[in-house]
Write a protein that binds this ligand. Structure first.
Ligand code: HEM
Length: 263
């Protein structure tokens, strides 16, 4: 296959796997957290698996977390829609409105998340290494959202698209974290290899590795060398397969059982 066709094919395959996986995650957030919040209000968060879901007396923190969960549904469901050129070209108003909402929600989600991580009792999200990792991710989300907005307002569309893609990748870090961990869990089972620090390392890898692959993609598009294009396309095919495994296990063993438990 011609390297350019191969890259287009693998990018489409990667995008379809991402779209399905993110919509499954968004459906989980809406059905699981949404149902508990609707039925029981903030107290519903005490019935989740989250170690610090509801803290007695911390009205501000509890409300912030509830907003974090509601906006997360829009972030995860809406993000991939922003990447579809047909939607951008045929429905520019929709792209602009969803874009503004997405930027506001990721900015608020990351800032609120930072507050929650460092004000709630330890271990809140995870151990200290994991908390530092997600804090770096939060700072990247905040920085990239400012840059994506800046270039959109200046009508510098190629630069806006680059920063918006970087933002999409870091804002999806919490999703990559989960599916990457589930894929690792699968390979651990297959190989028998155990590595107890995987989660700590993957807390950083979950946004650094996807960002590095995105930069490789930008380089392949810019250089137009057939060997680099072929390597990039192959990397995208391999990660799409790994992501597909992670998404299937996360959906079957993590998200679905929690929803079924509520019924
Ligand atoms: C912007 C992208 C983000 C999305 C879409 C998102 C989504 C979520 C979701 C779905 C949950 C519920 C956990 C689950 O059911 O698996 C959650 C919990 C939480 N998130 Fe985020 N999050 C994002 C960014 C962040 C950031 C950057 C931080 C911290 C700096 C953060 C801090 C938290 C905390 C503290 C909890 C509660 C965890 C617990 O008590 O176990 N989030 N988030």
């Amino acid at each position: 296959m011609n390297p350019n066709h191969y890259l287009r094919f693998s990018t489409t395959a990667w995008f379809l796997v991402t779209l399905i996986g993110q919509w499954l995650f968004a459906a989980y957030i809406a059905l699981y957290h949404g149902t508990l919040l609707l039925q029981k209000g903030l107290l519903g968060m005490s019935e989740t698996h989250m170690p610090n879901g509801y803290i007695e007396g911390d009205n501000f923190g509890n409300t912030l977390l509830a907003i974090h969960l509601i906006t997360a549904t829009v972030i995860i469901a809406g993000g991939p829609l922003q990447l579809i050129p047909q939607i951008r070209n045929r429905f520019p108003k929709f792209h602009r409105y969803l874009g503004r909402l997405y930027l506001a929600f990721v900015f608020f989600g990351a800032s609120g998340g930072l507050y929650l991580i460092w004000t709630r009792p330890m271990p809140s999200f995870g151990n200290i290494y994991q908390n530092i990792a997600i804090s770096i991710e939060a700072l990247l989300i905040i920085t990239f959202s400012i840059l994506a907005l800046k270039y959109a307002m200046a009508r510098k569309i190629p630069m806006h698209q680059k920063w918006a893609l970087r933002l999409f990748i870091v804002a999806s870090g919490v999703w990559f974290l989960r599916i990457g961990y589930m894929a690792w869990y699968f390979f651990e089972g297959l190989s028998g290899i155990q590595f107890e620090y995987f989660f700590d390392i993957w807390s950083y890898g979950s946004f650094i590795v996807p960002l590095a692959i995105l930069e490789l993609y930008f380089l392949a598009i810019r250089k137009k060398q057939s060997s680099l294009t072929t390597i990039t396309a192959s990397v995208l095919i391999i990660v799409s397969i790994i992501m597909g495994i992670g998404i299937s296990i996360a959906a079957i063993h993590m998200w679905l059982p929690r929803i079924i438990e509520l019924m």
